[in-house]
Design a protein around this ligand. Sequence first.
Ligand code: AMP
Length: 195
Amino acid sequence: MDNKDFILILGPQGSGKTTQGKLLADYLHYRFISTGELLRQAYKENNPLGAKLSEYWATGDLVPNEIIEGILFPILEMDQIPGFVVDGYPRTIEQVESLVSFLDLNSWKINHVFYMHVGDQECINRILERTKTEQRPDESPEAIHHRLQIYHKETEPLLNTYEKMGCLHRINAEKTIDEIQADVRAYFPAETSTT
Ligand code: AMP
């Protein structure tokens, strides 16, 4: 397939980016990919990669680029689908550079980046709420705090990069799920979806 669209969802843990990314992917008939989810699947498979992942997750640290990109890039390249909504990647400047180089090789580009803006306290409340029903290996109270720190230090500065690239949309994500999704979909012409 010659052309593919790439949409990124960016925001702190607990900002609802996965929920919004999935809804948008359904609307556009694109594939939704969460790098955190891909890693959690690998973790469950109980192989040597899974054992390594538990070391990073004990502290809430990021996983090395080679691991993420070794899983993600083949999917982006091989899957014959018109577009992807990617959640959780890139998280650092090195990852943005790496993604842009990879897309360039295929004459693809980042079409849109949606930044889900939510304050820290609201994020922590939402994650704590989630831990009551869903036990994730990287959501101990210490790991949650550390992950938010990494987010502010490593990932938030990417907003400037995307702003310069001209593809950034800032979304107020302290609204209801439907309201937020409507704000996101407003960037796409109505005829894009058949539903
Ligand atoms: P998430 O569900 O997106 O919050 O990801 C859960 C965990 O997976 C993170 O805390 C990281 O350890 C790891 N992870 C997910 N995506 C990436 C990425 N792009 N770079 C490095 N580590 C990642």
